[in-house]
Design a protein around this ligand. Structure first.
Ligand code: ASP
Ligand code: MG
Length: 848
């Protein structure tokens, strides 16, 4: 959201804030320039019948509007709940009564009218204040009078006027309620501006409709417009067909060049198969327009074929994106339909339709085939073999059409199952997989659709739920898209990114991983369509923008991926403080950063619990020992039922180098300066000598081993004498020789006993004494495992129930660019392998 945007939430909560005035330019119907679009793009929010069914639902809608709408946006509504169904029932009953000349049904008609009126009255009285209740009840009773009058009169003529009441009442009620509780609003009857040629072809008179809509909208008022209805050029009421309000919303969006349309409904998005029958269906976060249209054509229950038409204008530069979201769960990110890059184009889904007919005739070959196709828009057609698949409703008109050509036709009951995705019909691998997945269903034929966005199999039997599930599984088992964000563009971060392209090429588990974000402490490069891994650092240097935490969290919240992994290669405590929010968003974290894993007991436990609750994975193999598998080993022992009683070792590469090398021939301070010059120490070597880093590492491992302890529980010997502790780095380095005496006498003492000195971390637990933990300079016999390391190496020693007499030892390089970046990659593969088996919960009102 740009700075200029003020949402109604703010308007209402902060009364002092002036309402954003609607400028004349907000009402433009011209296609806005890029710039204008970014600032003023109107949003259309459409609420379906189930979202407006009860007072409770409508209150939720008010909150959604408060949080998401600005005054110049547009709200489009369906009739409340099943009002249209009731109006249809009423109309049909009267029609039948007339046809059959029955008098006894008039009671039934009165009952239906009363029920309709009662339902509306209840909504009005439940929701509005006394004054508005009075006014709306009055208007309702006039409408009911009118309705009864029409029902008693020319019912054919007034059919659509009767059906229109549902949306009229719904818009009037919501607008009144908004006026009372949220913001100034007016309701608009779409028949006052939306003109189509006729109900059958439904071509919108765009210029006229746009101009009339502009007149109807009022400055400073949120427009609530009726969906479903319009009028024809002669002024008669028309409908846009059952469930036509979505179509209304996209028509209106195109009239005002809206930036976005949201369909608020009772499912939280579009799934890779109908989630009510396919429990493993996954949400498709982003769908390219053409694919969505094909899904609508092939029977997707959320997307009606016509809905997308007004939004797809190949000639226009302007692109309106469509969102599907749940009004019952507005925080859950739904599906976005629009124009996207490569990643969104990889999505696959499976859809089916039963109760169809395969019609076979010579008329479906040659020249007449084109005409038949234009006339009936079959679900699929083969003009070589001379057949097409149609709905049962089309059977009669098709037979009549062919009778006039004097040709024979045969009909055979069939069903179809299709896999849908961007240009799938051109992809041999997908076609082959689809064919294999149909194994026993014995398809009559398999063919690609004209637009190539689907491959359709025609089946001789009904498509069963079992078949749908197994085909869906085959087609989608490996297409869960995982987004990767790398935070920290330093030395290790750079190396991690250098290794990434090769990893993506060779590791199967990373197949659907996409680099989508790069962060340094100040700059971010985010691209939902993916960042070219081969040029990641270069692109970051050229294109990254300043960002703040709020923007980052907002993007993380909205990210379109099935899973998102953040790799934290920063040394930043501030960044580690974002983990909790990330976990609560279900985001996975790979941390090389030690802060979070060694934070206070309360903070740490809270992080672990939050991650657990939200199924977020948190790996930190490289926090200790770089790539060495010490964290894995401990976790594995623990999970396998072993209990660890001792953890010890040399955890610092720097201190390992210093004490393995220090033999008294060179002064300790000289060695230290030498190590500094080689980059073996931190820029201020006191950070290494203080032992704090080792202390944190021991804490991390002890926690991994299942012990609850805090940093303060670990005694830490600081090797820097107090006199040198608070100097500047420069002064400390100048006086480093003051360290020499201590170390030379410690070393000669040890030597006199045939021993050596090492900086050792040691954790012990036994039932009697509990925990003892310390990091300090120890005197060790030359035979000790810790005494003979390659300088810089780390060593970890574990004693446990299983490893009692002869401890488990892991030893090797515990620092360095390659091994650390490699360790991070190992975590990444591990997370991706686990995520491949993770299942998401489907949210549909009524199911959960
Ligand atoms: N109220 C109309 C119907 O039920 C239109 C809609 O809900 O989209 O068909
Ligand atoms: Mg997600």
């Amino acid at each position: 959201m740009t700075q200029e945007n003020i949402n109604l939430n703010k308007i209402n909560k902060d009364k002092a804030e002036p309402r954003r005035e609607i400028a004349e330019s907000d009402f433009t119907t011209d296609v806005p320039s890029e710039n204008k679009l970014a600032k003023h793009a109107i949003q259309v929010h459409k609420f379906g019948g189930s979202s407006l069914a009860t007072a409770e639902c409508i209150k939720r809608v008010l909150e959604i509007i408060r949080a998401n709408c600005q005054l110049n946006d547009i709200v489009v509504v369906s009739a409340n709940g099943k009002t249209t169904d009731s109006l249809f029932a009423l109309h049909d009953l009267v029609e039948r009564t007339i046809a059959e000349q029955k008098i006894q049904t008039s009671d039934e008609i009165t009952q239906l009218i009363t029920a309709l009126a009662k339902a509306q009255e209840k909504l009005i009285t439940d929701l509005l204040n006394a004054n508005n209740t009075k006014q709306l009840l009055l208007r309702l009773s006039k409408d009911i009078e009118q309705l009864s009058h029409w029902l008693a009169g020319d019912i054919v003529k007034y059919r659509n006027d009767i059906l229109a009441f549902g949306e009229v009442w719904s818009a009037r009620l919501l607008s009144a309620l908004l006026n009372e509780q949220v913001c100034p609003s007016n309701s608009i009857d779409s028949r006052d501006f939306l003109v189509i040629d006729n109900e059958q072809s439904c071509v919108v008179d765009t210029a006229k409709s746009a101009a009339q809509l502009r007149q109807r909208r009022q400055f400073g008022k949120l427009a609530v417009i009726t969906g479903y209805i319009s009028k024809d050029s002669r002024g008669n009421s028309c409908t846009l067909g059952r469930n036509g309000s979505d179509y209304s919303a996209t028509i209106i969006a195109s009239l005002v060049a809206a930036g976005n349309v949201t369909l608020w409904t009772d499912v939280d998005g579009i799934y890779s198969a109908d989630p009510r029958v396919v429990p493993n269906a996954r949400k498709l976060h982003r769908l390219p327009n053409g694919v969505a249209k094909e899904l609508g054509r092939l029977g997707n229950p959320v997307l009606h074929a016509k809905t997308l038409l007004p939004l797809i204008n190949p000639l226009s530069e302007h692109h309106t994106h469509l969102h599907v979201a749940s009004s019952f769960d507005p925080k859950v990110i739904g599906t976005e339909i629009g124009k996207f890059g490569q990643i969104a184009k990889q999505e696959l889904s499976v859809t089916y339709l039963n109760d169809l007919l395969l019609a076979q005739s010579v008329s479906f070959t040659g020249k007449t085939a084109e005409r038949a196709k234009a006339e009936f828009s079959p679900l699929c057609m083969d003009n070589q073999k001379g057949f097409m698949v149609i709905t049962q409703e089309q059977q009669k008109s098709l037979s009549q059409w062919l009778a006039s050509h004097d040709v024979e036709i045969t009909f055979k009951p069939v069903s179809i199952i299709a896999t849908v995705g961007h240009r799938v019909a051109e992809r041999g691998d997908i076609k082959a997989r689809f064919k294999r997945s149909l194994k026993t269903a014995k398809p009559i034929d398999i063919l690609g659709s004209d637009n190539d966005h689907s491959v359709i199999a025609i089946l001789p039997e009904t498509c069963s739920i079992e078949l749908l599930n197994s085909v869906h599984h085959e087609m989608t088992k490996d297409v869960r898209h995982i987004g990767l964000v790398v935070a920290g563009m330093g030395n290790i971060g750079e190396r991690f990114l250098e290794l990434l392209p090769a990893q993506l090429n060779k590791v199967y588990a990373l197949e659907n991983l996409h680099l989508v974000g790069l962060l340094s402490s100040k700059k971010a490069l985010i691209n939902n369509d993916g960042i070219d891994v081969a040029q990641a650092s270069k692109l970051f240097a050229q294109e990254a923008q300043n960002y703040d935490t709020e923007q980052l969290i907002s993007w993380l919240t909205q990210n379109p991926y099935d899973e998102l992994i953040v790799v934290d290669i920063t040394p930043s405590e501030d960044f580690s403080l974002l983990y909790e929010q990330m976990f609560s968003l279900g985001i996975h974290v790979i941390g090389a950063n030690k802060w979070a894993a060694s934070s206070s007991t309360k903070h740490f436990n809270n992080l672990v619990n939050t991650a657990d609750k939200n199924n977020s994975l948190w790996l930190g193999n490289t926090t200790v020992g770089a790539g060495l598998p010490i964290n894995y080993a401990i976790e594995d022992l623990r999970q396998s039922g072993d209990s660890i009683s001792e953890l010890s070792g040399i955890f610092s590469g720097t201190l390992s180098w210093l004490f393995e090398t220090y033999d008294g021939t060179t002064k300790f301070s000289e060695l230290l300066l030498n190590a500094l010059a080689q980059g073996i120490t931190e820029p201020d070597p006191r950070e290494d000598l203080s032992g704090r880093d080792v202390q944190r590492k021991l804490l991390i491992l002890a926690r991994k081993a299942g012990f609850e302890l805090a940093l303060e529980d670990i005694d830490c010997q600081n090797l820097v004498p107090e006199a040198l502790q608070s100097l500047s780095t420069h002064d400390f380095l100048a006086r480093a020789n003051e360290l020499d005496e201590y170390f030379s006498s410690a070393l000669s003492d040890a030597k006199s006993k045939g021993a050596c000195i090492r900086y050792v971390a040691r954790f012990q637990y036994d039932d009697a004494t509990g925990v003892t933990a310390k990091v300090s300079l120890e005197v060790l016999p030359q035979t000790d495992a810790f005494a003979n390391l390659t300088p810089c190496d780390n060593i970890f020693q574990i004693s446990s129930h299983w490893y009692q007499d002869n401890p488990l030892i892991i030893r090797g390089p515990g620092a360095g660019r390659d091994v650390t970046a490699g360790g991070l990659h190992s975590d990444l593969v591990k997370i991706c392998q686990q995520l491949a088996h993770k299942q998401h919960q489907v949210r549909i009102k009524g199911i959960n």
